[in-house]
Design a protein around this ligand. Structure first.
Ligand code: GDP
Length: 673
């Protein structure tokens, strides 16, 4: 009997996500026996020694294949899988490596522990992170984000702070640019790093990962409007993120008298209170500064408030060249003179030229470091945002940056991550495919059931269109997109083109594997001569190559047509009449033979025939002849005017004198999409 894990009742999909987390593997597998859970550890003690594994565990395989590999009956494996919680287990269900390992363990195989396949690509760089060294800790500048309702003056404040004229350059007066810059406060001469508004994808991505790169949020509220919808959104964000808050009441210059200013500030304070923000003037902890981004009134006070708050937060980071750099990508772009450039906010360490950084699927040997004024600088320290050039590919905003010691290490880790990303993609595709197959099967079963209830025959049209799977590989991403556009919509209610995966470059081993498990044809476009190990691959996957896009479309169209239900036309080739019935007794069995006369054409031994009755030509039989005789002879064919004795397959003997026999040929009708 198979072990039973509580997790198994979740079914493969949930189980898959559980399996991906290493925690799951720590969960003791328990056997359910006579109403009690028994630890598999105890069970294993009683078991015979583990069976050696004489094959390499594939990343994916179908239940069918696994049964062959384990040399067990398919029915048994399917049943065992169902017992294990794979409620959807079917012969064509594709199992991932995690599942296969679990099943092998259940069958008492010696599964190597190193063959675990956690496919969490995000964690691959965690191994590189160095633990904190308290000796390198030193005070760092606060990182501040300005938030607030549109038009309340965020850009004007940032503009004043960095002493540039961003507002004038902006389209529609709405903050478009995302960036970061440092200011030195006028009085205390301390540094503050300002980030632009956080609606940008980079910030969302960082937040999704639980990274809170901002220390302090300055909530900008126009004295004219007080709290508006986006102000409320910002307040919600502050509460959720746990950031410290300072309120800047702006456009204070618009109110002429001190009395009006005081009244307006009181109104904003009360509005804030109604959103549970308790400001200092009423005994709370949130500092409020009334400023004018336009005139600069109280801007120095705002900066000093930020410094005072950051001092109370005791913000520190690890400095020094011996500290391995970590940071975040704020934005990235291709610049004419510099190539791939990314803004990196340094979290720890001291960035210098020549450092090797890895990030997402790419890495960088730092060629140039530029400050926010685009001036080249020699190094950058924690809480500083700088432009860094030298990236092999553009990193994505919101991704984490980590330093490694050599380019070789960077290449190794990036390759590892790329492989994991690919594996994750495969896993998603396989999961999608399994779900689709399950849905199709459920639908088919439901339709079958409904039809039976209605007393109708099962109709294949009820099962939805057949998906014909393709994997697309092309020379450049433009081609990939163009081909996807051209073939993605091909199909009709019976058959559709399903692009399982598409990417640039030669088909890789993992493409071939994916093609095998997903039963896909690989379409290669403009890739030149394909290597032999791709064309005659060991996965036995069909690989087609094209240089002309319409040929590729034609080929896909033909394949789709081949997968449509064949339709046949009937062409009449002969007619005969049943004249008399002869009863014979053969081996104590009575046989009825139809004595016929061929009235037209030739009836042959292999003819398909219909037996028709009455004026309305009711079809009482449709099938093949069993015997065709003339006296004692069994001729291959009987021609017009001749008599013959006929019997029909499936022991059909329901003919009577006067019935008509039609011999016909089935002709396949050309189908179109
Ligand atoms: P944002 O959308 O929050 O970035 O708002 P902007 O900084 O673009 O400002 C919107 C409008 O308000 C612009 O026309 C600014 O000139 C104006 N404005 C912003 N701050 C002040 C201020 O302190 N005083 C005055 N008089 N106008 C301001």
């Amino acid at each position: 009997m198979l072990n039973f894990c509580p997790t198994a009742v979740m079914g493969p999909r949930l189980l898959a996500s559980s399996l991906r987390s290493s925690i799951w593997f720590k969960c003791p597998v328990r056997a359910y026996s006579k109403g009690k859970f028994v630890s598999s550890k105890n069970k294993k003690n009683k078991m015979q020694t583990l069976k050696p594994l004489n094959f390499v565990i594939p990343n994916y395989t179908s239940v069918n294949n696994l049964a062959n590999m384990l040399n067990i009956k398919l029915d048994k494996l399917v049943k065992d899988l169902k017992d294990l919680g794979f409620t959807n287990a079917r012969t064509d269900f594709i199992l991932s490596k995690d599942y296969i390992q679990l099943i092998l363990q259940e069958y008492n195989y010696d599964v190597p522990s190193s063959s675990g396949s956690s496919t969490n690509s995000g964690n691959v760089y965690n191994a590189l992170k160095v633990s904190l060294n308290p000796r390198n800790l030193a005070e760092r500048p606060p990182v501040v984000t300005i938030m607030g309702h549109v038009d309340h003056g965020k850009t004007t404040i940032l503009d004043y702070l960095r002493n540039s004229s961003l507002v004038d350059k902006e389209s529609g007066g709405i903050t478009q640019h995302i960036g970061a810059f440092q200011v030195v406060t006028p009085v205390s001469k301390r540094k503050i790093t300002f980030l632009d508004t956080p609606g940008h994808a980079a910030f969302l991505k960082m937040r999704q990962r639980g990274a809170n790169i901002t220390d302090i949020i300055v909530l900008v509220i126009s004295v004219e409007d007080s709290i508006m919808p986006q102000t409320i959104e910002a307040i919600k964000h502050v509460k959720k993120s746990g950031n410290e808050l300072i309120v800047a009441i702006t456009k204070i210059d618009k109110l002429s008298s001190q009395k009006k200013k005081d009244e307006a500030i009181t109104r904003v304070t009360n509005d804030l209170l109604s959103h549970e923000i308790e400001v200092e003037s009423i005994g709370g902890s949130v500092q409020v500064v009334s400023v004018s981004g336009k005139t600069g009134e109280n801007m120095d006070l705002l900066e000093e408030c930020i410094i005072a708050l950051s001092d109370s937060m005791d913000l520190k980071a690890e400095y020094g060249r011996s500290t391995m750099i970590e940071g975040w990508i704020l934005e990235s772009e291709v610049q004419k003179a510099l190539g791939n450039v990314a803004t990196v906010l340094i979290r720890k360490g001291e960035l210098q030229k020549g450092n090797i950084l890895i990030c997402g699927n790419t890495y960088c040997k730092v060629r140039a470091i530029l400050d926010e004024h685009r001036n080249p600088i020699q190094n950058a320290c924690p809480a500083q945002a700088v432009k860094v050039s030298g990236w092999k590919e553009l990193p994505s905003a919101g991704d984490e940056v980590i330093q490694v010691s050599t380019e070789a290490t960077a290449k190794k880790f990036v390759t590892k991550r790329l492989n994991l990303v690919k594996l994750e993609k495969e896993a998603t595709t396989v999961e999608k495919l399994n779900n689709e197959r399950t849905q199709t099967k459920e639908l088919a079963e439901k339709n079958n059931y409904d039809d039976k209830e209605r007393g109708e025959v099962d109709s294949p049209e009820c099962k939805g269109p057949t998906k014909v799977n393709f994997i697309l590989k092309a020379d450049v991403s433009g081609s990939v997109e163009a081909i996807r556009e051209s073939i993605g919509h091909l199909g009709n209610e019976e058959v559709v083109c399903n692009i399982v995966d598409s990417s640039v470059g030669m088909p890789t081993e993992s493409d071939l594997r994916l093609a095998r498990v997903s039963n896909s044809i690989i379409l290669c476009f403009s890739l030149g001569n394909l290597p032999n190990d791709v064309l005659n691959n060991k996965e036995k996957v069909e690989v087609r190559q094209f240089d002309v896009i319409y040929k590729l479309i034609e080929s896909v169209t033909e394949t789709l047509i081949e997968n449509m239900m064949p339709i046949y036309d009937c062409k009449q080739i002969a007619t005969a009449e049943v004249r008399e019935i002869f009863n014979f007794c053969l081996k104590q069995k009575s046989i009825r033979i139809a004595g016929c006369k061929v009235t037209n054409g030739k009836i042959s031994r292999n003819s398909l025939v219909k037996v028709l009755r009455g004026a309305e030509d009711e079809v009482i039989f449709d099938g093949k002849l069993a015997t065709l005789r003339q006296g004692k002879e069994s001729p291959a064919e009987v021609t017009k005017g001749k008599e013959c004795g006929i019997t029909f397959e499936n022991n059909f003997e329901g003919y009577e004198p006067g019935d008509k026999i039609i011999a016909y040929e089935k002709i396949k009708v050309q189908r179109y999409l």
